[in-house]
Design a protein around this ligand. Structure first.
Ligand code: UDP
Ligand code: MG
Length: 313
């Protein structure tokens, strides 16, 4: 197969129940597109039968299916990154393995790319996730809108298409923890967004625990904005000015009325609140320092155990 037109990138982490249906639907769509297409699966350290299934897909379509097998769990975005480094397509589409993003929507994304857009994001039409997830996402979208320069409707939607040049910029970024849709948006010159269908997870459960979700959003915040740090500086300034005024007031009050002993607990409450804010501020600084530390160690951002592919060149 010559240089493919399209590379479809799918990160896989313990998705054995979903892979057969995904593969059937995805290949059906790609066959209809009628241009050379490849599929890159990254097995992100699955502990179930996913790898065996993926290798079987490769055996079925050796020239079309490429499988990258990670040496552990490096996360969805690193799984995509590894596939981006190897994707050969003119256009690269990302997709979740759990069938929440219907493969049948891919031609819609391609049409927008053909209209001249370099990044085409999807936003999910009546999103099929828990009430809690939908609320949390709305809040996180809002926080991102107000703290970064990245504008997109639905940051959590992974059904997206990128022109090759954007993918090359993303892989050249070299960050160890990142958020691919946001990175792509920061490089996009002419992005577009379209509505895409969304289904409930076909089988299995979300691979994101609450903790992993929080970590992911910290990556997004710290990776694309220093506003969290600036907020603490501003807050500290306001508190300092307020405190100074309070000291002046207490001093004058003491000269006129005399020393006060009441209100000890009010003072404690205020103090505890400020101690809490202070600790949080330390945490925010820690988040940035931790990431700086991670970057300067320059350890590989993921480790590939094996690649199953058959390229003729
Ligand atoms: N995934 C992955 N590594 C991880 C977590 C998830 O490769 O550490 C993959 C997962 O197999 C799926 C996609 O990323 O294809 C999205 O994960 P999931 O559906 O669990 O996330 P949600 O839809 O709940 O946000
Ligand atoms: Mg999902």
């Amino acid at each position: 197969m010559a240089q493919p037109y399209l590379s479809v990138v799918v990160p896989v982490y313990n998705e054995q129940e979903n892979l057969p249906a995904l593969f059937a639907r995805l290949t059906a769509v790609l066959d209809r597109i009628g241009k050379p297409c490849e599929i890159l699966f990254t097995n992100d350290g699955s502990r179930d039968n996913s790898l065996a299934l993926l290798r079987d897909f490769h055996r079925q379509r050796p020239k079309q299916v490429r499988v990258i097998d990670f040496n552990g769990n490096f996360g969805q975005h690193m799984a995509i990154m590894a596939a981006f480094e190897r994707a050969r397509g003119e256009v690269v589409v990302t997709l979740d393995a759990d069938l929440q993003n219907p493969p049948e929507e891919i031609p819609k994304l391609l049409a927008e790319i053909e209209n001249g857009h370099d990044v085409v994001g999807g936003y999910r039409k009546d999103r099929q996730d828990s009430w809690f997830r939908r609320r949390a996402s709305r809040l996180l979208n809002l926080i991102r809108e107000s703290t970064t320069r990245i504008r997109m409707r639905d940051q959590g939607c992974m059904l997206r298409a990128y022109r090759r040049s954007i993918v090359e910029h993303i892989t050249a970024s070299g960050e160890t923890s990142t958020f691919i849709p946001a990175l792509a948006m920061s490089y996009a010159a002419h992005p577009a967004e379209i509505e895409v269908e969304h289904a409930a997870r076909a089988a299995g459960e979300s691979k994101y625990s609450l903790y992993k979700l929080i970590r992911l959003n910290f990556d997004l915040m710290t990776g694309f904005s220093v506003v969290p740090l600036q907020v603490f500086t501003l807050f500290g300034m306001v508190i300092s000015i307020g405190s100074l005024l309070f000291v002046v007031y207490l001093f004058i009050r003491r000269l006129i009325i005399g020393p006060e002993v009441q209100g000890v607990f009010t003072l404690f409450a205020i103090l505890y609140f400020l101690v809490g804010v202070g600790i949080m501020g330390l945490g925010v600084i820690g988040e940035y320092i931790g990431r700086i530390y991670q970057e300067v160690r320059r350890r590989p951002r993921f480790m590939i155990r094996d690649v199953y592919e058959q390229l003729d060149d």
